[in-house]
Design a protein around this ligand. Structure first.
Ligand code: SF4
Length: 892
């Protein structure tokens, strides 16, 4: 190849959320990678949020699984690929022969590329002959899938991102888009800036960052969305906001839906949702009057025991107004993961078949089996995620292959998942990370390629297929998941897996989509134009929506149900399955934080992302904290009937009485006991099987400790002697937040042991207040700070941001040394405070000082002054909050 023809930047796709932003990755000769937003990608037009911007900091090989490993007598040992693949293939074969195909299972992930997903489904459903393949997308958007199928006859997102800009009102239901879909949210925020009449309505029990700048926030009681949208349906009918021609020609079932919804008058809704009736009516009137309305919804809607009904209650309101598939209007499911949509295209859920074919339809099964020329085809739905791990524990499923997901952290009732893993005959795990909670129970560990190393396609929330391209060499012996799945299939004796590239798999996937689209089986999903694609065309594929040239679907009033009509679904409001009671009086809600992704195996590697939210937390109302006997800043234990965890109490100000919020990310590798999955109830939606992550009855109690402390250290620690710890990545050190029980008799000896300092002559400066039980110790090497430890009976300890800045210095000044002993920065302005803007590393103290000093009143002025908010914009809601706080402080 002509060297000059090699493009400098590789066009690829962000591996995190369902927005699916285009990324330009430029590998540098020194091994680093430069990351920039791809301005040619329609999803983000050159912008990236803070997680996407930090992708370059996640591609090192630290913590990577690089070789196959087998467990023998409890210990993992390195193995050859051949040995490991034989172990998987022979193990699966033996168990299938002895117990049948339903005794084995695959549990895969929305992190997989479509090609990996396609092969996994083909193997399981077409060759092994069981539908026991489910995915972590079950935990995320399976209620949307079920709702779409009930309403439209097919799992279709009818609109596109441009609709948000063409709309006059966007309703965000159960979505903290500012943190979870930041680039899309910023598109919405920019419209609001340009068009002040544009309305944003947020429906969320919490006052999240998404609510900043909203025209209306409906802080509904958790789980009451069906009341709210049933009330809206009834209101639209009564107020004459009905597109009668559309309803008549293109829908069925309105009368039955209204018979149910009419019980939800605004006053009943206000009472059920615990919000003011004026707010209910304001929302209803705006919705009725605004033709161009998009209702976007996410996990707050989906993760519920009535998630499917919530989705249909929303879609009902768009059907009655005929606002669907037209510019600037429609219901819009925001997918959580980068390729949840691709997984749906290939039938990644246990109750689906490839190419949007139905598993329970004999004609559909015949089409897929015929196309694959496979020996069999699964004819019964397989086990959905929660049921799968129950059946593993019950001994009915004896082998499971977990690919690119960490169920010991992410599933509800996660301790049950651990019990299932402990007694499963054969646990195979394919992952990029060596140390995960799930890997600890693997019999076979298979090293996978990560982002930047693997090649394939993903589909984002608006049906745009984009390439993820490799720009880094495969590390160690890591292999692509599709290749490993094919090799196991071949070792099991199956034909049909002789793919030599992801391009060949994608082409077959495209051909199947067309073969499935004939006559009575015609679907909206088709990859017309992609079939017959050459490897070179695949390599140069630009982002493209399916169906090609159809940014919107159903605009012609034709749907996928037999007869071509959409269906209203009568949705009966119901409370969450497990009610709060005297023993467990609070409702636990879970979700993401701004700068982390899933179980932190990638985002946890970057110090930049760790700075914003360093520890897990329990966000709760001050009065509930008072009743529970816990205080802000202190540790508390959260317990449910299923398990418990420990985190720090905070009053973020965004949560109503009766609820608490805990993030999902922390796990057994990053904290001693902060796995919220262990607490969550395993209740699922009866139709979709999606767990009720947004509501678990819990209690909060003090987590009694006698001291609090933290360590910043360039070397590892032995944490056996502490009651609670969190490990946090710093730039050139690791930070450990600690808490312990019992008196420390000799602080200096204890601290040196903790830090592993055996040399009596080590350069060590310390301060001890024996009666106050306070201690500060600093270990210096050649005048540079190597480690420091701070202990106090109270959690209000010195600024970690200031101490972290000392690790970036050479020899410490005498002022720094004096500051270390006094426990505070003595040089004005060096303590930036907790990170607000991760892109530029700007802390809260820096922003507040600039606001005060220069009398700043707008976010733009803050950005101009200290850069914060000037890149991805994810921190803009927090800057706005700091500006508002200043106003309050001044009595404005
Ligand atoms: S919004 Fe952020 S996390 Fe989501 S795809 Fe874009 S850059 Fe990635």
């Amino acid at each position: 190849m002509n060297h000059t023809s090699i493009p400098l930047a590789v066009h690829t796709t962000c591996p995190y959320c369902g927005v699916g932003c285009g990324v330009k990755a430029t590998p540098n000769p020194g091994g680093t990678v430069a990351i920039a937003g791809d301005d040619s990608h329609s999803a983000n037009r050159g912008r990236l949020c803070v997680k996407g911007s930090a992708l370059d900091e996640t591609v090192d090989l630290d913590g990577r699984l690089l070789h196959p490993q087998l467990r023998e007598q409890g210990q993992l040992r390195r193995a050859s690929w051949d040995e490991a693949l034989n172990k998987v293939a022979n193990g699966f074969r033996r168990i299938i022969d002895e117990h049948g195909p339903d005794a084995v299972a695959l549990y895969v992930s929305g992190q997989l590329l479509t090609e990996d997903y396609y092969v996994a489904n083909k193997l399981m459903k077409g060759y092994i002959g069981s539908a026991n393949i489910d995915t972590n997308s079950r935990l995320c958007m399976s209620s949307s899938v079920a709702g779409h199928k009930r309403a439209f006859g097919e799992d279709i997102v009818p609109g596109c991102y441009d609709d948000f800009e063409l709309a006059d009102m966007v309703v965000l239901a159960g979505s903290n888009a500012a943190w979870c879909h930041p680039i899309l949210f910023q598109r919405i925020a920019r419209i609001k800036e340009a068009r002040p009449d544009f309305k944003i309505v947020v429906i969320d029990p919490r006052r999240t960052a998404t609510c900043e700048g909203a025209d209306l926030h409906l802080a509904i009681k958790p789980g009451t969305d069906v009341w709210l949208f049933n009330g809206l349906l009834s209101f639209l009918s009564r107020e004459g906001a009905v597109d009668a021609a559309f309803v008549d020609a293109s829908t069925d079932g309105l009368r039955a839906a209204l018979d149910t919804a009419d019980a939800c008058d605004p006053h009943t809704v206000a009472k059920a949702c615990r919000i003011e009736v004026d707010k209910v009516l304001a929302f209803y009137r705006w919705f009725a009057a605004t033709n161009k309305t998009v209702t976007a919804y996410s996990q707050g809607v989906n993760q519920s025991s009535s998630g499917t009904d919530k989705v249909n209650a929303i879609i009902n309101c768009h059907l009655i107004t005929g606002r669907i598939g037209k510019p600037g209007m429609g219901p819009f499911s925001l997918t959580g993961q980068p390729n949840a949509m691709g997984g749906r295209e290939v039938g990644g859920l246990a109750n689906m078949l490839a190419a949007h074919m139905d598993l329970d339809n004999a004609a559909h099964r015949a089409i897929v089996q015929g196309f694959w020329n496979s020996p069999r085809i699964a004819d019964q739905p397989g086990l959905k995620a929660v049921d799968l791990f129950r059946d593993i524990e019950a001994g009915k499923v004896k082998a499971v292959w977990i690919v690119a997901t960490n169920p010991l952290v992410s599933l509800p009732d996660a301790n049950q998942v651990q019990r299932a893993m402990e007694q499963c005959e054969l646990v195979v795990v394919s992952d990029i990370a060596a140390g995960t909670d799930t890997n600890a129970f693997a019999d076979v560990l298979l090293p996978a390629l990560g982002w930047g190393e693997k090649d394939g396609t993903v589909t984002n929330s608006e049906r745009t297929i984009s390439r993820q391209r490799a720009f880094l060499p495969a590390p160690g012996e890591a292999r692509a998941d599709w290749k490993v799945l094919c090799q196991v299939a071949q070792k099991m004796g199956y034909q049909g897996f002789d793919f030599d590239s992801p391009a060949a798999i994608f082409e077959e996937h495209a051909r199947l989509s067309m073969a499935a689209n004939t006559g009575s089986t015609a679907r909206a999903f088709n990859l017309n134009g992609f079939e017959g694609m050459t490897a070179q065309q695949y390599d140069t594929l630009s982002p493209a929506q399916w169906p090609v040239n159809h940014p919107r679907l159903f605009g012609d009033g034709r749907f996928a149900h037999p007869g071509g009509k959409a269906r209203f679904i009568a949705t009966v409001p119901r409370a969450p399955v497990n009610a709060v009671d005297e023993d467990y009086p609070l409702s636990l809600n879970t979700g993401r934080v701004r700068d982390q992704w899933h179980t932190m195996t990638r985002t946890g590697k970057t110090a930049r992302l760790a700075g914003h939210t360093a520890e897990s937390f329990i966000d709760m109302h001050p009065q509930d904290a008072l009743l529970a006997g816990v205080r802000e800043g202190e540790l508390a234990r959260v317990s449910s009937k299923w398990g418990q965890m420990v985190a720090r109490v905070q009053h973020g100000g965004g949560i109503a009485r009766g609820g608490i919020f805990i993030p999902i990310h922390w796990n057994g590798q990053t904290a001693s006991d902060a796995r919220v999955g262990a607490v969550c109830n395993p209740v699922v939606d009866p139709i979709s099987g999606e767990p009720e992550f947004k509501h678990t009855p819990v209690k909060v109690e003090p987590f009694g400790v006698s001291w609090h402390g933290f360590v910043l250290s360039r070397t590892a620690l032995d944490l056996d002697s502490v009651a609670h710890w969190t490990r946090i990545r710093g730039e050139s050190f690791t930070r450990f937040e600690l808490a312990g029980r019992g008196a420390i008799a000799d602080h200096a000896t204890w601290a040196r042991q903790l830090l592993g300092i055996a040399d009596d002559n080590a350069d060590w400066i310390d301060f001890e207040d024996r009666s106050g039980n306070m201690y500060r110790g600093v270990h210096l090497v050649d005048g540079r700070i190597e480690q420091c430890v701070f202990i106090s009976p109270r959690p209000d300890l010195p600024s970690r941001a200031w101490l972290a800045s000392l690790f970036g210095q050479g020899e410490l000044s005498s002022l720094d040394r004096a500051g270390l002993l006094s426990g505070q920065a003595l040089t004005p302005g060096v303590d930036a405070g907790p990170t607000v803007c991760s892109c530029f590393g700007v802390g809260r103290n820096t922003i507040c000082a600039a606001i005060e000093r220069d009398k700043l009143t707008t976010v733009a002025a803050v950005t101009a002054c200290v850069k914060a908010g000037g890149n991805c914009g994810s921190c803009v809601p927090e800057i706005r909050q700091l500006l508002q706080n200043r106003g309050l402080a001044l009595g404005a």
